[in-house]
Design a protein around this ligand. Structure first.
Ligand code: AMP
Ligand code: MG
Length: 337
């Protein structure tokens, strides 16, 4: 199959929507990362998303709608808190896990009786949902296990020949995937996957926000994941990633004692003065680090890095999302000094 590159003009977005209506898969920009979109109610189309990504079939897909008012068409028993959260955070990078109805096939929800619902704010994604008239199932548009894509070029690299088209909407703004939450009761939510919407922001709407244990800890054998994606090695480039949680001086000494051919460092902007080893930087604060992290992990493969020491980010606010992605990319290998 030839994968065509579309731009974000109206006529090209109509083409993208036609593909989706016909059961094809399209790479679509969103404000978080690029998604691999197909009609969420079309079982065959959804199966092909799993095949294109090489994604385990029990890892559920998020369903994207143009407005939260459509959520009741695909879910049931929506708690009042979900509407309060939607008023504050939709459209935007928040996914709410809700009980699904029969319009969402089991392949889409990875065999679960719940479905993650998100209302993206990116105008291209919103327009394609409206033009196709479909709820759009869209996981991140990377090969399963590899860093998520934040540009059309990343999607082309992973998916060329496997999907109908990619819409180029420029670089993704936030750079990490949506915050996924489950609603525990009328005043409490649990973060299953951290993202751009932080615990502090959620606390503006509900009284309690629980951070799921699996966000920062490896699941033990036989332990059930409340978010199935958390049980797989993820976000990982070909290079071996090692996180080092320390001051910049201790980081430099540690790397010095462990350096070998093909070693690179991923450090903060501001660390680079007199830095003695090969490096890339990934931003100065958590918001910048979220924006750059996946791009940099892919670049490290492009330049042939074999081993990468990453200066561990802060795990506060948006930083929790960056820390969560990196700790998985590192297979939970963290050096604390
Ligand atoms: P991705 O599609 O790559 O953005 O990953 C989506 C992630 O959201 C999955 O790996 C799950 O961890 C989580 N997720 C989606 N739907 C559900 C659900 N129904 N219940 C729990 N977690 C979900
Ligand atoms: Mg993903």
């Amino acid at each position: 199959m030839e994968t065509i590159l579309l731009n974000d003009s109206n006529s090209q977005l109509e083409k993208a929507a036609e593909f989706i209506k016909n059961g094809e898969i399209v790479g679509i920009p969103t404000e978080t990362v690029y998604g691999l979109g197909a009609d969420a109610s079309n079982e065959d189309a959804v199966k092909r998303i799993f095949e294109a990504k090489g994604r385990p079939t029990d890892n559920p897909l998020i369903v994207h709608l143009s407005d939260f008012s459509y959520a009741k068409e695909y879910t049931k028993n929506i708690p009042e808190l979900a509407y309060r959260l939607a008023d504050r955070f939709c459209p935007g990078p928040l996914t709410m896990v809700l009980p699904k109805n029969e319009k969402i096939p089991m392949v889409t929800s990875g065999g679960l009786d719940t479905v993650g619902i998100r209302v993206p704010s990116h105008p291209v994604m919103k327009k394609i949902i409206e033009l196709s008239g479909c709820p759009i199932a869209a996981p991140s548009a990377n090969t399963s296990g590899y860093p998520s894509p934040t540009s059309a070029e990343h999607v082309m690299r992973d998916m060329s020949g496997k999907i109908a088209a990619v819409v180029d909407g420029g670089q993704s703004e936030f750079g990490v995937e949506s915050t996924v939450i489950a609603i525990e009761n009328e005043n409490s939510v649990r973060i299953l996957r951290p993202g751009y919407i932080t615990r502090e922001m959620l606390l503006e709407v509900c009284g309690e926000v629980i951070i799921d244990h699996a966000i920062l800890h490896e699941l033990e054998a036989g332990q059930k994941a409340s978010s199935p994606g958390m049980k797989y090695k993820h976000y990982s480039p070909k290079a071996d990633i090692i996180m080092v949680e320390s001051s910049i001086d201790d980081f430099i000494s540690y790397v010095g004692g462990n350096i070998s051919e093909g070693t690179y460092c991923l450090i903060f902007d501001g660390d680079e003065k007199n830095f003695p080893y090969k490096f890339l930087t990934y931003g100065r604060d958590s918001v910048q680090q979220a924006h750059w992290i996946f791009q940099r992990l892919r670049e490290l493969d492009d330049i042939g890095a074999k081993k990468v020491y990453v200066r561990a980010p802060s795990a506060e606010g948006v930083g929790l999302a960056v820390y969560n992605r990196l700790i998985r990319a590192a297979g939970f290998e963290v050096i604390r000094i």
